[in-house]
Structure formats: C-alpha cells, structure tokens
Ligand binder design. Structure first.
Ligand SMILES: C[S@@+](CC[C@H](N)C(=O)[O-])C[C@H]1O[C@@H](n2cnc3c(N)ncnc32)[C@H](O)[C@@H]1O
Length: 218
C-alpha cells in the first residue's frame, strides 16, 4: 500500500487530503521539537517543511517511513508504535497526527503517551475523519466508501476491491464528543474541535497544561 498511498488518497478525496492537512496546521504553533505521530511518508511533516520545521516521524511501517526520504533532513523517521513511544517525558513542543487515530490498536494508550511526552504547555493537533452525524451525509458516505472507494482502490493498487477496512474504520470510530471526553480523561485541556468541510474531516487541538489540572487555585 505504501507505494500507492498518496495517489489513492488524492483520488478518493478529490485532492482534498492535501488541503485538509494544510488547513489543520494553520494557526497551530509549530516550532521546536515536533513529533508527527503515524507519519507514514511524512505527509503532515511536509506541510511544515516550508517553515523549516524539523519533525520526527513515527510509524510502525518501515515501507511508509521510507517514503519520507524525499523530505531530507527536516524529517527523521522512527519505527515504533504510538501506544509505546520511545521518548522521555516532556520531550515534544508539539505532536501532530493526520488520519491515524482510527487505525490504532489502543487510542487511549496512544493519547496518554502523547500527553506524557509533550512538554507542559505543548499542543496536540489531530486531523481525522469521524462518523458523520447527519443522516444524509451518512448515506452519502456509505455509497461513496462502499462503492467508489473500493473501485478506485482496485484500480490504483491492483490488489482487488477489498477496501472495506476504510469504511469500517470511519463508520466504526467514536463520535467527536466521545473523542473530546477521552482527551480530557488522558489529561489534556483546552480541547478545541473544528469540522473541516461538511463535517467530514475534523481538526482537534488540545493542550497539555503546564500546571496539572486540579492544582490550580483562584
Ligand atoms: C492513513 S495513514 C496516515 C499517514 C499520514 N499521517 C498522512 O497524513 O497521510 C495511517 C498511518 O498510521 C500508521 N499506524 C498504524 N498503526 C499505528 C500505531 N499503532 N502507531 C502509530 N502509527 C500507526 C500506519 O502505518 C500509517 O502510516
């Protein structure tokens, strides 16, 4: 899949994937040490390359990470899982993550690891799809993901039309409200969620407070 990933994404999203990534990072402070969690081939990091931001890209897939070579020295690949980050506490100024949360074995463990490795005051920015709320959009999604996407997948990858994993991962994912609650439970604060274009993709930003919540007075 690594070889076909970008083309498949561009075609299925009608080119929106690149716009979503850029849009999600707009206004999000990205200086210092940045972790791109589930980086794949550095598609999110690439959006920051023009700002000369240096990103560590973390992904379990060697084949996906290898695609990040094109970014040169601003992208350092690390092969690991989000559920168990091989970094010390308070390492990152920011953690960014695009289209990964639905694919994790344990979302909660990963969010806790993001919180542990972010420095106090650091921000998490998540871009992902959530199941649509509106009945009309849900029906559209079902047809698009059930028929159009498998067809594109078969044409682009030559691997047949079994792309049910994509619709399963979106339709089976939690609601934005549930995700917000999980972020709270994992210690994040100041959670802001914004839908991007027809509530298909969402941008979620949260902060690791510099004073543990509950100990602040006044
Ligand atoms: C849909 S791709 C997103 C790639 C890239 N972030 C982007 O914006 O296109 C999902 C990525 O999550 C990675 N992934 C899957 N399980 C993971 C885990 N447990 N921890 C970290 N990354 C994971 C996959 O290997 C894949 O590269």
């Amino acid at each position: 899949m690594a070889d076909h990933y970008d083309r498949f994404n561009h075609l299925c999203s009608l080119g929106m994937d690149a716009w979503w990534r850029h849009r999600s990072l707009r206004g999000f402070p990205v200086s210092g040490r940045i972790l791109d969690l589930g980086s794949g081939g550095g598609q999110m990091s690439e959006c920051l390359a023009e700002k000369q931001a240096f990103c560590v890209g973390l992904d379990p897939s060697y084949a996906m990470l290898a695609k990040g070579k094109r970014l040169g020295r601003v992208f350092l690949p690390v092969q690991a899982q989000g559920e168990s980050l091989p970094f010390r506490d308070n390492t990152w100024d920011a953690v960014i993550s695009g289209f990964v949360m639905r694919n994790l074995e344990s979302l909660e463990k990963t969010l806790r690891e993001c919180h542990r490795t972010l420095r106090p005051g650091g921000g998490l920015m998540v871009l992902d799809f959530f199941p649509p709320r509106s009945r009309l959009l849900r029906a559209f999604f079902r047809i698009y993901l059930g028929r159009v996407v498998p067809w594109v997948y078969g044409r682009v990858t030559g691997l047949g039309r079994d792309a049910a994993w994509l619709s399963r991962s979106i339709e089976g994912f939690m609601s934005p409200a549930h995700f917000r609650k999980m972020l709270d439970e994992c210690g994040f604060s100041n959670v802001r969620m914004r839908p991007l274009l027809f509530h298909i993709a969402w941008r979620v930003v949260a902060i690791k407070e510099d004073v543990p919540s509950g100990t602040r007075h006044g």
